[in-house]
Structures are given as structure tokens and as C-alpha cells.
Design a protein around this ligand. Structure first.
Ligand code: NAI
Ligand code: MG
Length: 347
């Protein structure tokens, strides 16, 4: 029996950190089913060459042949490019990977990281403003741009359930609902009320009774995240807020290059570092590979290989704690490849 892993490095440092994730998985040896890596095309560079950022073949191989996948990062341009649309946003929707789970925890006070952070951002992954329904019109006083924001009861309920389920597995068992329903009382109001109502659903059957619930407006949540990060355990948020919050939380632990995620659905999981393609450092062999290696661990844990996941995470934590072999984002002088070797040796 083998574990078929679709590999989508995509662009920039995605191509430098995905091999690190692969090396971590291989280092586990026979404690997991034999990994079989299937290289798949996606990304902005692919788009510039072929006119598509996400070939149908990539999606069909993921859906029909892979047990799971790892995604690197994509260089989506900030200007409108006709015919282009982000492959990662499309994949989350197409594969119904409705939960983006982003744990952020401090290991050591590296590069100004705070010592008391241990939280997980549960980001809704399929709707909100990221449905990308935007229009541009000529109005009376110039151009007018509009975007539609979709919040559904179904998506809010299942992300809420994922948040409570996650909280149940953590010592503090605390969920904070992030919203802005003092202003957006219809959309964020629906999100807030639906998540709040999850513990009382008949099918939940009292499973979440021990979990405490708090809520925080998104702007003050960012403030409190920086002032008193220890108050947060599980944070559940609509797509855009969750995206922003998780990058902010990454700053608390020293670097975006440390924070992993999984995109999870009911029948598929895709690991992905939270960071982007980092064009400012791409091609220099200095990208921090630890977020990608931790993403591989999260993916394995989600599939039931908790022991393998633990081994990767322990090795990563040790390398951070020792602090001798780190990339420049953490104040070190080492190359990506040197950090990978340190972790692999410990696995
Ligand atoms: P970014 O996450 O790529 O970089 C932000 C800053 O963090 C940069 O200074 C970068 O050097 C640093 N950084 C990020 N990852 C690092 C790592 N592993 N090691 C060391 N330093 C690291 O965000 P930015 O610059 O806003 O976006 C660049 C491109 O990435 C854009 O085209 C954007 O669309 C794309 N992006 C893609 C994502 C994805 O594929 N899921 C997510 C976020 C951005
Ligand atoms: Mg982001």
C-alpha cells in the first residue's frame, strides 16, 4: 500500500520549500505507507506559458489518483490579468476544501517572537469576498467597483463545527468567533449566529458542552492578538478576516516562514505553508522551509498518521529551539538546504 501525494510547488519559493516537505516525509521511512509523489503543474508562470494556471489534468489527477496533496505558493499578480485566476483559490473551491486550519504556536523567542502564543485560526475557505464576483461600472462621478460577499448558513455551520471539533482536541477548549457584525449585521451576523448555534444542534448531541465561546470584532481581535495573544485558543473567521489574522499571528511567532496550514474537506486534505511565493527572496536558497515541513506534518496527522506528524514537528521544534541553523528571517545565516538537513537528521 502506498500514500499518493500530489505535489504542486507552483511559483517562487513554493518550488524551494516543497522539496523540503518531501524530504521530511521520506525521512519517516516505513512508519507511514510508502509515499509516492506525483508532480503536478499549476501557477502563474504556467499561466504565462500556457494560458492556464490550473490545468484540468491537475485537478483530475488530484481527484482520482491522489490521497492528499501539498501546495507551495502562487505568484498572483496584484493587477487584473485577463484569463488568470488564482489556482489555490480555485482548488479550495473545486475540491470543497472548506476549512483552512492554521496553527500558530511559539517554540522559542526567535527573531522577536512572543513566547506565549498557542492558537489556531480556522478560516472559512470557500466563500466571503473570495468568490471574486466583482464588477466595474461607470458611475455619475467616475468608476464604481463592487464586490459581492457571500456568507451561507451551510458553510458557516461546517466551519463552526470544525472550530468546535478542533477546540475539543486542545487543552483550553475555547473558541473565539471573529466577525464585524456591528457593521455588517446581515453577512457577518449570519456567520456569528450560525457558528454560535452549532453546539446546540441536535446532531452535535452535547459533544461541545465543555467548550467556552467568546467573540471579538475583527479589528480589536488584531489589537488583542498583539497585546495579549494568550487569550486566544481557537479563532474561527470568515475567509478574508482569517487570511489577514493568520498572517498577523505569524508575526507574533517570528516569521511567516514558520506557519503551516491544511486545506481540509470531508474527503481530501491539502497541506500548504501560509506564506506566499516571496519574490523578494526567491532563488536565493534562503526561504525558510519549516512552514512547508510542518504543513506536511499537519497533512499526515489529518490522515491519521499522528506518530509521523509528531516526529516531523518535534524535529522542527528542536531545530528552532537550538537556534544554530536558521534562515535569515529568523535571524540566522543558514541556507534553506542546511535547515532541511538539520530537520531530516533529527527525524
Ligand atoms: P509573502 O508571504 O510571499 O511574503 C511576505 C514577506 O514574508 C516577504 O518579505 C517574504 O520574503 C517573507 N516570507 C514569506 N515566506 C517566507 C519564508 N518561507 N521564509 C522567509 N521569508 C518568508 O507575501 P507577499 O509578498 O504579499 O506576496 C507575494 C506573492 O505571493 C503574491 O503574488 C501573492 O499573490 C502570493 N501569495 C500566494 C499565497 C498562496 O499561494 N497561498 C498566499 C499569499 C500570497
Ligand atoms: Mg494569506
Amino acid at each position: 500500500q502506498s500514500l499518493k501525494i500530489g505535489m504542486l510547488p507552483a511559483d517562487g519559493i513554493g518550488r524551494e520549500v516543497l522539496p523540503a516537505a518531501r524530504a521530511a516525509i521520506i525521512a519517516l521511512g516505513s512508519s507511514i505507507p510508502k509515499p509516492e509523489f506525483i508532480d503536478l503543474a499549476a501557477g502563474f508562470e504556467l499561466f504565462t506559458k500556457t494560458g492556464t494556471a490550473l490545468p484540468d489534468e491537475t485537478v483530475s489527477i488530484l481527484q482520482n489518483e491522489c490521497d492528499c496533496a501539498l501546495f507551495g505558493a502562487v505568484s498572483s499578480p496584484s493587477r487584473k490579468v485577463v484569463g488568470y485566476s488564482s489556482p489555490i483559490v480555485a482548488l479550495r473551491k473545486k475540491m470543497d476544501l472548506y476549512a483552512n486550519i492554521r496553527p500558530v504556536a511559539s517554540v522559542a523567542a526567535t527573531a522577536g517572537g512572543k513566547p506565549d502564543v498557542d492558537l489556531v485560526v480556522i478560516r472559512e475557505n470557500t466563500e466571503c469576498l473570495y468568490i471574486k464576483q466583482e464588477t466595474l461600472q461607470q458611475g455619475e462621478f467616475g468608476k464604481e467597483a463592487r464586490a459581492t460577499r457571500l456568507i451561507t448558513e451551510r458553510a458557516s455551520r461546517r466551519i463552526g463545527d470544525m472550530a468546535f471539533k478542533t477546540a475539543l482536541s486542545r487543552p483550553r477548549k475555547h473558541v473565539t468567533i471573529i466577525h464585524k457584525s456591528n457593521v455588517l449585521s446581515v453577512t457577518d451576523g449570519l456567520f456569528r449566529e450560525t457558528v454560535r448555534a452549532v453546539p446546540a444542534l441536535p446532531e452535535v448531541n452535547g459533544r461541545y458542552d465543555q467548550i467556552t465561546i467568546a467573540e471579538q470584532l475583527v479589528d480589536s481581535a488584531v489589537y488583542r492578538l498583539f497585546r495579549e495573544p494568550h487569550i486566544f485558543d481557537v479563532m474561527v473567521a470568515p475567509n478574508l478576516y482569517g487570511d489577514i489574522l493568520s498572517d498577523a499571528a505569524a508575526a507574533l511567532v517570528g516569521s511567516l516562514g514558520l506557519v503551516p496550514s491544511i486545506n481540509a474537506g470531508d474527503s481530501f486534505v491539502m497541506g500548504e505553508p501560509v506564506h506566499g511565493s516571496a519574490p523578494d527572496i526567491a532563488g536565493q536558497d534562503i526561504a525558510n522551509p519549516l512552514a512547508a515541513m510542518r504543513s506536511a506534518a499537519l497533512m499526515l496527522r489529518h490522515l491519521g498518521y499522528g506518530e509521523g506528524a509528531d516526529r516531523i514537528e518535534k524535529a522542527v521544534d528542536e531545530v528552532i529551539r537550538e537556534g544554530n541553523v536558521l534562515t535569515p528571517d529568523l535571524g540566522g545565516k543558514s541556507k534553506t538546504s542546511e535547515v532541511v538537513n538539520e530537520v531530516v537528521k533529527r527525524i
